[in-house]
Design a protein around this ligand. Structure first.
Ligand code: SAM
Length: 214
């Protein structure tokens, strides 16, 4: 299968930093205080993986999965020569083919779910929830659902569509409005425990959602 991130992958983190003035990085790390040493933690669609490295630095048993070989090569370079309490497990596969159900204390989907079409995103979230232990957590970091006045919502939507169209063209991501991840997670029976928003200029552009499985 063609690696859709082979061209844009090496630039991904730099572009995200510039586009969000550093908010995307902060959003990806927003729930790391919940991670305890020895926790089993999965990063789905890890990309360059600053969040996965930060979890390993906290002593977690980290597994990362990505469909893109080039993204995983960048990630592997980032961790080469590093020593963590537990070595990071790196898996090159489609997340839907990974079926270690009930294994993880925490499952992270940072800026991952927005690559999918609406029918696919529900299937992927359902799959990720199955990978978490009962009582385990799901963390979703992504663009915040537009809110506030009509003008504010228009600006937030435009901000999302600029990024979305760029990735539709460069990585064949899906074209869609911002997804309502909180409603999706609640619909699967998860309890939203905490939400952190990240503002840019006048409104919230990103959010990190911590949800718990029964
Ligand atoms: C938008 S990037 C985000 C990367 C990273 N999570 C971050 O926040 O920087 C989406 C990542 O998901 C990966 N991906 C897309 N579809 C996937 C799938 N079905 N299974 C595993 N990884 C996938 C892509 O290769 C890419 O690295």
């Amino acid at each position: 299968m063609r690696d859709r991130y082979s061209i844009i992958g090496p630039l991904y983190d730099v572009l995200a930093k510039l586009y969000s003035a550093g908010r995307i990085d902060r959003c990806k790390l927003a729930m790391h205080d919940v991670i305890r040493p020895d926790d089993t933690v999965l990063f789905a669609g890890v990309g360059q993986g600053i969040d996965a490295v930060a979890a390993a630095e906290r002593g977690a048993r980290v597994t990362v999965i990505d469909l893109s070989r080039s993204m995983l090569d960048i990630f592997s370079k980032r961790i080469s020569g590093r020593h963590f309490l537990h070595p990071i497990e790196v898996i090159h596969t489609d997340i839907l083919k990974y079926d270690e159900f009930g294994k993880f204390d925490m499952v992270f989907a940072n800026f991952f779910l927005n690559v999918f079409t609406r029918p696919m995103v529900m299937a992927v979230i359902e799959h990720l929830v199955k990978l978490a232990k009962p009582g385990g957590y799901m963390v979703v970091g992504d663009f915040a659902l537009p809110s506030g006045s009509a003008a504010a919502r228009a600006v937030q939507s435009l901000y999302w569509y600029i990024a979305d169209i760029f990735f539709v063209l460069t990585a064949r991501n899906a074209f869609h409005p911002v997804y309502d991840y909180q409603t999706m997670l609640k619909g699967l029976g998860l309890k939203i425990e905490r939400v952190r928003y990240f503002r840019l200029l006048f409104d919230d552009r990103y959010c990190s959602i911590l949800a718990r499985k029964d």
